[in-house]
Structures are given as structure tokens and as C-alpha cells.
Design a protein. Sequence first.
Lengths: 306, 546
Amino acid sequence: MDNAIEMHDVVKTFGPTRALDGLDLEVGVGEVHGYLGPNGAGKSVTIRTLLGLLRQDSGEVRLLGGDPWRDAVSLHRSIAYVPGDVSLWPNLSGGEIIDYFARLRGDLDIAKRDALVERFELDPRKKASTYSKGNRQKVALVTALSSDAELILLDEPTSGLDPLMSTIFEECVEEVAAEGRTVFMSSHILAEVEKLCDRVSIIRQGRIVQRGTLDDLRATTRTSITVSTERPIEGLDEREGVHAVRDDEARVRFEVDNDQLGPTMEFVASFGVVSLVSSPPTLEELFMREYGDEAHVEPVEEGGER
Amino acid sequence: MTATATADVAAGSGVRVQPAPLAAFWRQLRFIARRDRVRAPVWFAAVVGLVAASAVSVVALYTTDEDLQSYATLAQANVAFKAVTGPGYGLDDVTLGAVVMNEVALYTYVAVALMAVFMVVRHTRAEEETERAELVRAAPVGRYASLVATLVWVSGLVMVTSVGLTGAMLAVGLDAAGSLAFGAASAAIGVVFVGVAAVAAQVAVSARAAKSLGGAVLGASFVVRGVADIGNGWMIWLSPLGIAQAIRPFADERWWVLLPLAAMAFVTTGAAVVLLGRRDLGAGILRQQPGPSTGSPRLGTPFALAVRLQRGALIGWMVGLALTGYFIGLIADEAEALADNEAVAEMLARAGQGSITESLLATMTLMVALIGSGFTVSSVLRLRTEENALRADPILATPVDRRRWFASHYSVAVGGSLLLMLASGVMIGFGYLSATGRTDEFLPVMAAASAQWVAMVVLGAFTLALAGLGTRWALLGWVGLVAGFVVGFLGDTLDLPQWARNVSPFEHVPAMPAAPFDAAPLLILAGVAVAFTAVAMVAIRRRDLG
């Protein structure tokens, strides 16, 4: 078993809506995998299908080598889950809820739990009805992170957390990853994904439109260059792979496809470089490009709808 | 205060602005009306329709003066009758109107009060719990606008329903003054419970607790007026239901009795408004107490959680039904004294063999079982609540089979129902013991209660099967309970054909202790319950969750 998660050509419809529309997804064992996409793209449906809460209409889903629908119970011994919308029993305390889930999984680790409760500064005595969204999120995170699950599924895990708690969450994920466990997390916080994830998949309208390591993704996209030269650069606009040229006398800014980076640099050098700043694309730029009007990167799938 | 400031601004600018505490009142009122555009007509139709149907059946049943006279004799002599219908105003010089009132008035008042409690909590604390109220209050909406709009809206609904009730009485041919008094009494009790519910919504720790508190006040006023009607007449003044009855429609109406109800409504409503100004949004006057910081090792299975979640409700139901049972036991023996009464003899003949006490006990056990089925159905429906609130997902993401999760709440429903029936059975026995010093009704009543439990399980399994098919079907479980009530208590008066009566599982349970034990129908009922359960367990494995 090389992959913790394998989904192939998965379709899931709700009436006329195609929530998953031929989804292909692979997550390797021991990987921290980021799952990006705008609201309504199908992130939660993917995760709920992986949990066997929803059954796909067609396609194949394998989770830790099993069928998440048929083998739900046995697979769930090795899984922890943080839902995107954490809903708790209002009249139970946070501590009771954390321990309840641990006992259902059968892996209550008191020391680990206490340490996490302290790190996340959660008051476990408060009734769930009095928790804020962030605190409900903490209850779910402590529940998942205190488990010894092989695979942790996180649906927008930091959506209610303050920056301080998000940092602690990142530390916790790094610790889990260091133990060789697999983490699959959907997120909107691109900086967090960039920091934590080995590989990312980007979903749009129920299909994966981009996947790979961040380096892979960067390779298929553009680098931003800001350069000052002795002589004005002429003919930059016409060169292959060069985009968005802005010339404001003192310096020139442009973007260049990474496969044209070498030739472009040689061309620019011929005008006598005084200073040069190059920045690799951030995930945010990748993301915006994928969803912006000007879709630059070719989709992974042949004939993907735009 | 802001109110004054805004008022000054308004006066200065010449623009008509509502005082700030009620800002956006009309908008809120329209919004509430929009949200209730289905629910309000359903309540109206259910209350007016059921009362009208009962009135029609009473009118059809008592056609001669002789009929009326024999009803009056029975009702006045029988303490059990008084306990569950009222003191029997107007039966001395009996009229058809008085008989109709004796049969339907008390339950009409209870229904209107329940409508008020549910509707008020729905638009106040329940809104706050979903955090929708926060969105509303973040807009330029006055602190009191939602509450006052709710009070106005639900009071209006109560009034409209009361007009419908008056119309129903006129339609069956009763006189205008009595019909009007009945409508007025319904309106008054409704408005009192609008106030009671509004206070409960300010005080209780949650919306659910607020509904329970409102229901508890209603239950207490029912019991207090029962005690008053049997003996201590002055105690009716402690019970809004008792006072409402004392308006005496069709029995020399006493209009001034509306005044104490109006005063109660005024005081409770005012109290709710004052309390609203003293509490935080989403929190009651009573504070949520902190809980344990760790979970008990016993809270480690879906069943344990289901018990924990339903414990409070089950205890509440148990106390209520146990009290009811004790009461039934106390009065059961009184029936014996009537054995030589002609009307009673006739009733006896209908009930089959057995003494009059036993017939009464059989009917009362059926009533307890039907009321207790409210727990059975609502308990199974917890599954729907859990699924809709997305609390089922994380449980089913652990190594818990869907069937095991389904079985958890279902077991509580089935086991809890048995506890309810046994508790009320024991208390009927104790009541009988305190009244007569005899212990010989303990076992027969316990057996009768256990037999009725089988029918409750069928109802629970039916609801479970619906929940298995999908959350949107689950609420139809209540239809099963309504069918049980209609067949059990209106079957004769509505003259339902036997095939229609057979729909109710309770119809098949031997009417013990008046009738002998019969295993066959109970085994068939058990088989039906097993079949429904099997359908549920197959269905829940096949569908998407949530």
C-alpha cells in the first residue's frame, strides 16, 4: 500500500448538482497533503466520501487499502477527523466530548490529551453550548491530534483559530508528520498549506485541476522578475513566455514562464543588469491564477472544463 | 438612555423614527410571519379542526335530554371524570353546551397553551441558539424588537385561533354567548402562556429547557386544577387552566374571570421584557454550570451517550407519568361506588367483562401509554436531530457502525418507554393502595402497562424505519401517535370503521385488566416492531448521511 488515499474517476451527484465530477486524487502514506479549492468546489464532499458517510455514484475510492463505504468501521480505527463545521452536544463539557471520541476509537491517551488541552489553552470544563467557534474547533483538534490514527482528515481545521493557535496547530501537524503519519487537510489558508504540505491538490467544480509538490506547481508556472538595466530593454514584450510587462522608467517588472526563465535571463542580461529581484510564485498566485479569469496553467485532466 | 436620545433626534428632525429599543419592530414582525407561513396555519387548523371534530361528535352522541342527563349524572358522580375534564360547570341544569365544554374545553386550553409555548420559544431562545439572532441584532434592530414582535405575533395567532374556536361552536349550533366565552377563555389562557413562555425563554439555560419549563408550568396547572376540581375548590385560583375553566362558557358565563388571566398575562409579559434587559444574548438568567474536565469511562459508547443525552427528558416524563399514575390509582376505586348507576352500567356493558374499576384502569393505562408514546417518538427522533445538526458525522467517523449508532437512541426509546410504563403502573398500584388499603391491583396494572408498552415499541420502530429512510421522513412518526390518539379516544365518537382502527397498534393490545391477557396479538405486534426495525437497519446502511 503506497497510497493512503486513492480516488479514481469519482462522481457524486446531488440531484442536478455534480459535486464530484470525475475526481482523481492520490495521497501517499506519510504525506501531508493540502487540498485547496474555493467554496462549493467539493472539498467537504470528498472528505465525507472518504469517511464512508456518502457513497459515490461511480468511480473507485480506496482508503488505507480498504473500501471506505464497505469497511467503514474497521478503517475508522485508523482515522481521525476534524469536521469543517464543528457541532457539539450543548450540555456536555469539552473534556467529556474529547474523552468520548477517544473511547469510541479506543485510544484514549490521557497524557497526550492533557498536553494538547494545555497547548491549545482550552477550558475543558465549559459546556459546549458556551464555546465560541474557535473553542469548538479546538475541541475537535484536540480530539483528532490526541489520537494515534494513521490518517488524519482535517476539513478547514484552522478556520476559527487565532494566529497564535494556528501556529500551535502547525507545530502539532509537523509532529504528526514526523511520526510518519498521513495528514490530508483542506484549507483556505494558503500560507499554512505552503508551510505544512508536501503536496497539494487543487479542486475546482468537482475535478482536480492541479496537483503535485509546490515545486512542481511552481515549475509549471511563472516567476516574477523586477529588474533595472543600463539600457532600456527592447522587445521584451514579444519574447516567448513573457507576460505582464510593466515599465516605469527606473525598472521593469514582468512575469516569465519558468521553462523560459533561462533564455529570458540571458536576453535581459544583454542590456546590462544593474539590479534584479526574482520571486518564485506564491501558492496564492498559483491559486488565484487557477481561479482567476486568466487561467494560465493547463489542467491535469484532458478536456477539463474551464 | 438611547431611547430618549433617538426620540429627541426624531422630534428635532421631524422624521418619524421608532424609539430605539423597538427599532425595526415591524420588519421583525413581518419576518416572523414569513417564517411561520406554514407552521401558523398548521397549528390553527390542527387546534380548531380537532376541537370542532370533537364537538361534532359530542353533539351527535347526546341527542336527547335523557342522554344529557345520564352524562351529567355520570360526570358529576365520578371523581375520575372531574380529574380529567373539570368540575362539571353547568351540569346541574344540563345543556348541550355544558356537555360539549366538559368534554373539550380543558384540552382546548392545553392545546392553545402548548401552541403559545412552542411558538414563543421558537422565535426567541431557539433563534439565539442558532446564532441567527446575532445577525439580526447586529443590524439596526432594537433590543426588544424581536421579543415584542414575537409576543404580538403569537398573541395574534392565539386570538385568531380563538375566533376559529368560537366559530366552530357556533357552527355546531351552540349559542353565541357561550361560544364567545369559550373563545375568550381560549384566548386568555393562550396569552397567559405567551407570557409564561416568554419568561421561561429569558430564564432557562437553553431553548430546550425553556420549552420544558413552559411545559412544566402547564403540567403543574393541570394537576393543581385537578386537585381543585376533586376537592379543594379554592385551588383553581392557583391554576391558569382552572381560572380559564371558571369563565364557565354555556354555564352562566362569568366574564369578570377574564380579568385575573389578563393580569397574569400582563405581569408575565412585563417580567419577560424586564428580564430581557438584564441578560446577555444567548444566555439565560440561570447560568450554565461548568461540567467535568474529563469524561467518565462509562461515557464510552454510543448507547451511553444516548442515555446521557436523553436522561433529563426521560426523568421528566417519568415524574409526570408517575404522578398521573398515582392520581389514577387514587380515584380508580371511586368508580366502584357508581356500579348501580344506570349510565355506568351501560358503559360497563361496552367495556366488556371485568369490574368498573378494572374498565377504568384499562382505559387509563391506554391513556398513559399514548401520552408516554410522546417520549417514544421524540426519543427516536433524536437520531434525526443528531444527523441534521452534523453531530452524527464525527461519531460515524470513529469505528461505530451506523446500525450501532441507530440502535443507541432506539434502545433508549424502547427501554425508556418500558420504564415509563412500569413507573406509572407501580404508582397506579400505590395510589390504589393509599385509597383502599388493598394491594390487589399492583400486578394486574403492571401487566396491563407492560402490554401497552409493546404497542409503544411498534410506534418507535415505525419512526425508526422512517428515520432510516431519510431525515425528511422521520417526523411522520408523529402521525402514528396521532392515529393512536384518534382511534383510542375518538374512535367511538367519530364512528371509525374497524379497518381504520386497526391502523393503531394500541387497538390490538388486550384491554387489561378488564380483558384477559392474550399473547397472540402481542406477539404479532412484536413481529411488526421487529420488521420495522429490520427495515430501518437495512435502510440506514444504504443511504448518504446528512
